[in-house]
Design a protein around this ligand. Structure first.
Ligand code: MN
Length: 279
């Protein structure tokens, strides 16, 4: 559990916390972390579940909502609700405090909850960029409709087969929300220098001819191959790719910097109230 509101499985770096068994950084950079809250039914609760005020610095957090609603607020003065189909793209940059909770009405009623949180690294030259927040609501997504009712691809970031997504990124990143109906078949091509992976959020699919079960995570070889996805009964898939950031990483909890000194500085900054205030 993250706080008491997110029951997540960790896929990046993965390895169940066993040293050496996580995905090697150079194979998954610029992605730092992927937590998947597979669908779970949260019962009604008078008390709102979630994670209280905490800092982030040096990277971006991306929340993809499939089911359920999350309310958030940060020390830069942003707040709002992330509803199904929406994505929150938060740039922590130089440092931010925020909190993430189930939305109040959702909390009272309860119901199915399904989310992904992805962390994307910032290159050294942008680590201290001012905090920013992109509210990518469902209506803003790039929409690539597949022929013959096979489904659609919601393009969050980057370009899928010519359709562009709304997210502004600091390094090249693709993030695609694939909603595939029965018998769907699609092909796409990812730049050869990207690291590429996908998550079977719902359903099963054949990925380049190999069966990927529900909730599985597929890491592609860096061969620049075309990607071929077929599904018999339909599937929801999150496809991510990005250009690796080939710089040293020193990470400590919610801080991802380039040197140990920068981590020490970050902790001092939080203690000195430099990330702002949030109740
Ligand atoms: Mn957070």
């Amino acid at each position: 559990m993250v706080g008491d509101g997110f029951r997540v499985y960790n896929y990046i770096p993965g390895g169940g916390g066993l040293p050496g068994s996580e995905i090697p950084r150079e194979r998954i950079s610029p992605f730092l972390m992927l937590d998947f809250n597979a669908e779970i039914d949260f019962g009604p609760s008078a008390r709102v579940r979630g994670v209280g005020v905490h800092p982030h610095k040096g990277f971006e957090t991306i929340t993809v909502a499939y089911k359920g609603s999350v309310a958030h607020a940060d020390s830069a003065g942003n707040s709002g609700t992330i509803n199904p189909g929406d994505v929150q793209w938060m740039t922590a940059g130089a440092g931010i405090l925020h909190k993430e909770f189930h939305e109040e009405e959702f909390s009272k009623k309860g119901g199915p909850f399904e989310m992904v949180q992805l962390w994307v690294n910032l290159p050294k030259r942008h680590k201290l960029t001012p905090p920013n927040y992109q509210s990518l609501t469902a209506d803003k997504m790039g929409r690539h409709i597949l022929p013959d009712g096979q489904g659609q691809v919601n393009v969050i970031a980057g370009t899928f087969n010519g359709t562009q997504g709304p997210a502004q990124t600091f390094t090249p990143v693709n993030l695609f929300d694939l909603r595939l109906n029965k018998g769907a078949k699609l092909t796409t091509s990812i730049p050869q220098n990207h690291n590429t992976a996908l998550l079977l959020v719902n359903g099963t699919a054949a990925i380049n001819g190999q069966t990927a079960p529900e909730h599985s995570f597929v890491l592609f070889a860096n061969e620049g191959e075309d990607i071929d996805i077929r599904t018999t009964d339909g599937a929801t898939i999150l496809l991510l790719s990005g250009e690796p950031i080939d710089e040293p990483i020193v990470a400590y909890g919610p801080f991802v910097m380039n040197t140990a000194q920068e981590i020490i500085d970050s902790i001092r900054e939080v203690q000195a109230g430099k990330f702002g205030e949030l109740e």
